[in-house]
Ligand binder design. Structure first.
Ligand SMILES: NC(=O)c1ccc[n+]([C@@H]2O[C@H](COP(=O)([O-])OP(=O)(O)OC[C@H]3O[C@@H](n4cnc5c(N)ncnc54)[C@H](O)[C@@H]3O)[C@@H](O)[C@H]2O)c1
Ligand SMILES: O=C(O)[C@H](O)[C@H](O)COP(=O)(O)O
Length: 384
């Protein structure tokens, strides 16, 4: 059995080596010739999967080791009888940690003594938005949730949802919707000129969903006008050919790596491995956890005299500090369009190992119960 796989899927041999022969291909340039003789196709989000890639091949299973599925023509696969599986939720915690770290930097920039003074509007409350909402709620933030599809489905069951306009009133607005173009609540360019006009310089907009959810041209105009909000973009229109002008205009710029914790990536591989094993009628014997190495930093200690906010910032940023990714992306925005595109993909392919907060033991000597609860809310392991 031949498995054709994006070379950027981690642990291909460990998970799939005893299922079939593996042919590794760069995901961005994968073409029909690469997959013609394959039985199984494993991708991440940079390969467009549909008729053009698969017609005439013998592929019968497609797995994407990612949450997003907008790169896959799911309807065409269904019509062809090709089984499809994604990895919902695999890197939700990684994205939530990216948002938390971004919030901590923003609160510091604003000179806030307590980051919980920020209200946060979450647009799209699925795996990622839901995980983030739960963390922020436990930390004591005021959170507003906007999710019209869920609101319609859960009508009458809860009054917890607000409109997009109400979410846009929060100090921080963070986008976690999929990219959809034709459904009732399509998200393509959902944040356009009028939504952007509602935001002021007292606010932060974060997009780590998909680049095309925000109208890039309208964003450039808004950021060049007065009273503009700060913006943190992890995802961009037309990746990897992103606009260097927009990189210059945003406060924080990262190369689509919010979900790139090692845990998130390996869980993506594991979920596709499980789906393929079930599809082939094989036993599921491997788990992501068995392949995760000891983290280079596995313990930090704080004494009772440490200021609470300071302790949380140190622990959070020792696991993930987006400023490093921001600096790397800005440095890479040189040369021609193609050179910049290659650099964008290189930053993602050669991404350093990043571990989630759950990999770090936090020792809190003589700390308050409330501080312990906050560390737990973020997912740290506590040693008291
Ligand atoms: N930057 C990254 O590294 C990264 C990592 C993981 C996921 N993502 C992106 O984040 C998206 C969300 O991930 P998820 O796991 O939470 O997906 P999900 O499917 O679990 O949740 C998405 C939620 O968005 C809601 N939604 C749909 N249309 C909406 C609209 N118009 N307004 C408000 N809400 C709307 C849905 O009802 C759903 O509850 C993914 O589809 C993917 O594109 C990015
Ligand atoms: O949808 C997802 O899971 C994320 O956007 C994911 O992190 C994308 O990573 P890539 O497929 O581009 O490696």
């Amino acid at each position: 059995m031949l498995i054709v796989a994006d070379e950027n899927i981690p642990l291909l041999d460990s998970f799939f080596g005893d299922i079939g022969d593996i042919r590794r291909v760069p995901g961005r340039s994968m073409n029909a010739e690469d997959v013609r003789d394959a039985d199984i196709l494993l991708v991440r989000s940079v390969t467009r999967v549909g008729r053009e890639l698969l017609e005439g091949s013998r592929v019968r299973f497609v797995g994407t080791a990612t949450i997003g599925t907008d790169h896959v023509d799911v309807d065409w696969l269904r019509e062809q009888g090709i089984y499809f599986s994604a990895a919902p939720g695999c890197n939700a915690n990684s994205v939530a940690e990216y948002v938390l770290s971004t919030l901590s930097l923003y609160a510091e920039r604003k000179g806030l003594a307590d980051w919980c003074d920020l209200s946060v509007g979450i647009v799209g409350v699925g795996n990622v938005g839901g995980q983030l909402a739960s963390m922020l709620g436990r930390l004591g933030f005021e959170v507003r949730l906007c999710d019209p599809p869920r609101e319609a489905q859960e009508a009458g069951q809860s009054g917890e949802f607000v409109s997009l306009a109400e979410a846009l009133e929060c100090d921080v607005v963070t986008l976690h919707t999929p990219l959809t173009r034709s459904s009732e609540h399509a998200t393509y360019h959902m944040i356009g000129a009028s939504a952007l006009a509602a935001l002021t310089s007292d606010q932060l907009l974060i997009n780590s969903g998909r680049g095309e959810v925000v109208d890039g041209a309208a964003l450039k105009q808004r950021l060049s006008a007065g009273d503009a909000p700060l913006v943190a973009l992890d995802v961009w229109e037309r990746e990897p050919r992103i606009e260097p002008d927009l990189v210059d205009l945003v406060w924080q710029a990262t190369p689509h790596i919010a979900g790139y914790s090692l845990e998130g990536k390996v869980q993506g591989t594991e979920m596709v491995y499980r789906a393929l094993s079930q599809f082939l009628g094989l036993p599921v014997r491997k788990k992501a956890g068995q392949f995760l190495p000891e983290p280079p930093l596995n313990k930090v200690s704080f004494t009772g005299s440490v200021e609470e906010g300071q302790a949380i910032r140190i622990a959070l940023r020792s696991c993930y500090d987006p400023r490093q990714d921001d600096a790397r992306l800005r440095l890479a925005m040189k040369g021609s369009l193609e050179e910049r595109a290659e650099a964008f993909d290189r930053l993602r392919r050669d991404y350093p190992v990043r571990r989630e907060c759950s990999s770090l033991k936090v020792q809190l000597k003589g700390s308050s119960r409330s501080l312990q609860d906050k560390f737990r809310a973020i997912g740290f392991k506590l040693k008291i």
